[in-house]
Write a protein that binds this ligand. Structure first.
Ligand SMILES: NC(=O)c1ccc[n+]([C@@H]2O[C@H](COP(=O)([O-])OP(=O)(O)OC[C@H]3O[C@@H](n4cnc5c(N)ncnc54)[C@H](OP(=O)(O)O)[C@@H]3O)[C@@H](O)[C@H]2O)c1
Length: 266
């Protein structure tokens, strides 16, 4: 298995800390982007760089020598502007800072991300901004995997078996949509980065009763890839028409698409 130089953004968080440990355990070299040097004490001993996805000028240095990025940031409970700044512009500016270099991305969003009318999305547009970030990544030309986890750590004691779903049709907005252990999310995010079968795939991640899998390649391979040049994932609801999107979002999609075209001709 290839050993990567991996940047973890969100590494001090509840999922990110486990991503850092998982990546180290799998032999990758990890650099964690942290918002303040004091936060390093929350991490296993790995290289750190101070930065913030809402400060694009911090991302270029953070990406120096990096092959892969895992993003597990959180802006819940901070309102619409933070949701846009962290979930959406953070990804937009990360893509720009990568500048077409071969850096692979593992992005964590959420189960139910295509559900627009529930209370979570009405409060902060968190689903919409995460979905817009997914769309930019699909258009970026970068290699990626988008993981949409179910409800964290609601697993029953015997629910270790990973189940990948597509179409994002579970919209209860409760753990009835599916459960998943944070440690399992970390395993899937890290393993996706070295799996060719996981490339350009988007899926909901839940656990069901049974033994956990160690080789995730067959699970990745069974998924449909995101259609070429599509905005949304394979089988997603068509409920976010481009002509209803904010001008700034359409502008960003054009910019990322044009940058990809320009890189292809260079
Ligand atoms: N709970 C669930 O059941 C569930 C299910 C599906 C999806 N989700 C989603 O999962 C996410 C929460 O994950 P989590 O529990 O791991 O979050 P968390 O524990 O709050 O960690 C979030 C991480 O993001 C970092 N961060 C926040 N803003 C940042 C910025 N501007 N620049 C760089 N780093 C930043 C935080 O850094 P600091 O340490 O500096 O704060 C922290 O490392 C949310 O988006 C939520 O909607 C949750």
């Amino acid at each position: 298995m290839a050993q990567l130089k991996m940047l973890v953004i969100g590494g001090t968080g509840s999922v990110g800390r486990l991503v850092v440990s998982e990546a180290v355990a799998k032999g990758h070299a990890v650099r964690a982007l942290i918002r303040s040097a004091a936060r390093a004490s929350r991490l296993p001993p790995v290289e750190t760089v101070v930065g913030d996805v809402t400060k694009p000028e911090t991302l270029v240095a953070a990406l120096e020598g990096i092959d892969a990025v895992v993003l597990t940031v959180n802006a819940d409970g901070q309102g619409r502007q933070a949701a846009e700044a962290v979930y959406y512009r953070g990804v937009r500016d990360l893509i720009a800072a990568i500048g077409g270099r071969p850096v692979r991305i593992a992005l964590m969003t959420t189960i139910g991300v295509t559900e627009r009318r529930g209370s979570y999305n009405r409060t902060n547009e968190g689903h919409d901004w995460k979905r817009r970030a997914e769309r930019l990544l699909r258009r970026s030309g970068l290699d990626y995997t988008i993981v949409r986890p179910g409800w964290f750590d609601y697993n029953d004691a015997d629910q270790h078996r990973l189940l990948f779903l597509q179409g994002d049709r579970r919209h209860a907005g409760t753990p009835a949509d599916g459960v998943i252990a944070r440690k399992q999310i970390a395993q899937v995010l890290v393993d996706s980065l070295t799996s060719e079968a996981a490339n350009r795939k988007t899926f909901e991640l839940v656990a069901e009763t049974g033994a956990g899998q160690t080789d995730l390649d067959p699970l990745f391979a069974a998924l449909r890839a995101d259609p070429k040049d599509a905005l949304d994932a394979a089988l997603d609801l068509d409920n976010m028409p481009l002509n209803g999107e904010p001008d700034r979002v359409r502008h960003d999609l054009e910019t990322v698409t044009n940058s990809r075209a320009a890189e292809a001709t260079n």
